[in-house]
Design a protein around this ligand. Structure first.
Ligand code: HPA
Length: 236
C-alpha cells in the first residue's frame, strides 16, 4: 500500500504495461486479459492483473507526464517487484518518414525534463530501452508485418511549447523521430533500479505534415500495439 496505490504486495505481475490513460488501462485489461482483476483505483489511476496467453500480466495507468509516471513506476518496482515495464502510448511525429499509425520503438529518449537531466551534474545521461525487449519487439513487429521505426524519442515536459515546433527543431535535425511525455523518466528509473523497460508508441499526429489519425484507425492501431507489447512482456 502506498499513498497512490492500494494494491497489496503480490497483486501485480512482474511484467506491467503502462498506458497513460486510466480508461486505456481498463480497456486493455477488459479486451486482452483473461480473468482481469482490478488491483488499484486510487485517484482513478486504474491498475489490473490477469493473464495473457496463460501468463501473468498487469497494466497500470501512469497519468500524463514524467512526474506522474515516476511515482507509479517507482512504486511498481520498489513496492510491487515489477521487473519488466512496457509503456504503451501515443506520440507526435517529428520525421516525415514516420506515418500516422506507424509504431515507434523508443530505442532512446531525449528529454528537457529536470527529473532526468539535473541528476547527472556535468554529464548528459542517455536514457535507453532494454536491448532484449527492444530486439524482441522489433522481431515480433517484423514477423507481424507492422510498420515500425526504432529510434530516438523526445520525452518533453511541455505539450504546448510557447514557440511551437520551432522550439525544439534541433532534435529532429539530430534524428529524433517522435515526441511524447514519459519514456525518458521510465528508462532512467529502470536503469537506477536495474529492471527492464521499453516504450512503444503509435504515432497519432505528425508535427511536420499536421496529419492526424482518425478515431477508427486509432483504435485498430492501438490494438496492434498492445498485442505486440503483451507478447514482448510475457516472454521477458
Ligand atoms: N506531443 C507530446 N505528446 C504527444 C503528442 C505530441 O504531439 N502526441 C501524442 N502524445
Amino acid at each position: 500500500m502506498t499513498p497512490h496505490n492500494h494494491a497489496k504486495p503480490g497483486d501485480y505481475a512482474q511484467a506491467v504495461l503502462l498506458p497513460g490513460d486510466p480508461l486505456r488501462a481498463k480497456w486493455i485489461a477488459e479486451t486482452f486479459f483473461e480473468a482481469p482483476r482490478l488491483v488499484n483505483s486510487v485517484r482513478n489511476c486504474l491498475g489490473y492483473t490477469g493473464t495473457w496467453k496463460g501468463k501473468p500480466i498487469s497494466v497500470q495507468a501512469t497519468g500524463m507526464g514524467q512526474p506522474s509516471l515516476s511515482i507509479y513506476v517507482h512504486e511498481l518496482i520498489n513496492v510491487y517487484d515489477a521487473r519488466t515495464l512496457i509503456r504503451v502510448g501515443t506520440c507526435g511525429g517529428l520525421n516525415v518518414k514516420v506515418k500516422v499509425r506507424d509504431i515507434i520503438l523508443a530505442q532512446a529518449a531525449s528529454t528537457d525534463s529536470a527529473i532526468v537531466k539535473d541528476r547527472f551534474g556535468a554529464f548528459n545521461f542517455a536514457p535507453i530501452a532494454d536491448f532484449a525487449l527492444l530486439r524482441s519487439a522489433a522481431d515480433k513487429a517484423d514477423a507481424a508485418g507492422l510498420h515500425y521505426h526504432a529510434g530516438n524519442m523526445l520525452s518533453s515536459d511541455i505539450f504546448y511549447h510557447a514557440y511551437g515546433f520551432e522550439g525544439y527543431d534541433q532534435l529532429p535535425a539530430h534524428g529524433v523521430i517522435g515526441v511524447e511525455m514519459e519514456a525518458a523518466a521510465l528508462y532512467t528509473l529502470a536503469a537506477r533500479f536495474g529492471v527492464s523497460a521499453l516504450t512503444i508508441c503509435t504515432m497519432t499526429d505528425c508535427l511536420i505534415t499536421k496529419e492526424e489519425i482518425d478515431a477508427e484507425a486509432r483504435q485498430s492501431s492501438l490494438k496492434e500495439m498492445v498485442e505486440l507489447a503483451l507478447d514482448v512482456a510475457v516472454e521477458a
